[in-house]
Design a protein around this ligand. Structure first.
Ligand SMILES: [Zn+2]
Ligand SMILES: [Zn+2]
Length: 244
């Protein structure tokens, strides 16, 4: 059954759910009926975005239809159960084991569905589906990269801005439980991103953490970037990871 959660409380609510908060969650994509609504960027990633009517003058739908929806998936790290029956990794002889995108083709079944309906724009309807592991198994959450925490990421970016681009120096400065390897890939990723965007790092980019994580994720999975699709009938669909 769906739970109703006020838009402004969505992140706080999801963060309070351990199976969500401790997992590596990725976005499958958000669909927005741009005929009726628009998304306003939140301060702290996409979960804090606010969906509002485009204007008060628009012809609002008479029936209960969804105007925004989003699916969040577990990236099957930790000891999550895969489709082939393997825990944490594929079983011997799994046909998807060697596929480049096996990871995306072989997720665990845990997911969160978010729906916003036109007749109740205040609250998301949140549904949890599936599970990381069956009830008979204890779920072992993945080791989360500390750089996924906004505060630590912000400090790392500030250090980079101050010219610290060696992982060793950054580790000394950050004083966080983050490995040099994690820092290295973070620094490399940021450098590449800057080069690609052709822009100087801006502090205002910080709030965009979720998209950035997904982009990182996409790189790992070998999925081409800019995987945005514009659909007809006024539906804007951002597919970050089209397969499951
Ligand atoms: Zn498998
Ligand atoms: Zn999982």
């Amino acid at each position: 059954m769906a739970r109703k959660i006020k838009q402004e409380n969505l992140k706080e609510y999801l963060d309070s759910i351990e199976t969500f908060n401790l997992a590596n969650i990725i976005r499958k994509g958000r669909e927005v009926k741009t005929k009726y609504v628009k998304a306003e960027k939140g301060e702290n990633g996409f979960l804090t975005d606010t969906i509002i009517f485009k204007s008060e003058d628009i012809d609002k739908p008479k029936q209960r239809i969804w105007v925004a929806r989003e699916t969040l998936l577990c990236n099957v790290t930790g000891n999550c159960l895969r489709n082939c029956g393997g825990f944490g990794e594929c079983v011997e002889g799994c046909s998807k084991k060697d596929e480049k995108r096996a990871k995306s083709g072989h997720r665990c079944s845990f997911r969160v569905q978010l729906h916003l309906y036109a007749d109740d724009m205040e609250q998301w309807e949140v549904t949890f589906e599936g599970h990381h592991v069956p009830p008979t198994t204890v779920w072992v959450a993945p080791n989360k990269n500390p750089l996924k925490q906004n505060e630590i990421r912000k400090r790392a970016l500030t250090l980079m801005k101050d010219g610290i681009t060696s992982s060793k120096k950054m580790k000394l400065n950050l004083k966080e439980d983050v490995s040099q390897k994690q820092l290295q890939s973070f620094i490399q990723y940021r450098k590449k991103k800057e080069k690609k965007d052709g822009t100087v790092m801006r502090l205002s980019n910080y709030s965009d953490s979720s998209d950035e994580e997904s982009a990182e994720e996409d790189n790992l999975l070998g999925i081409p970037k800019n995987n945005k699709q514009f659909h007809p009938n006024n539906t804007l669909q951002i597919r970050i990871n089209p397969t499951m």
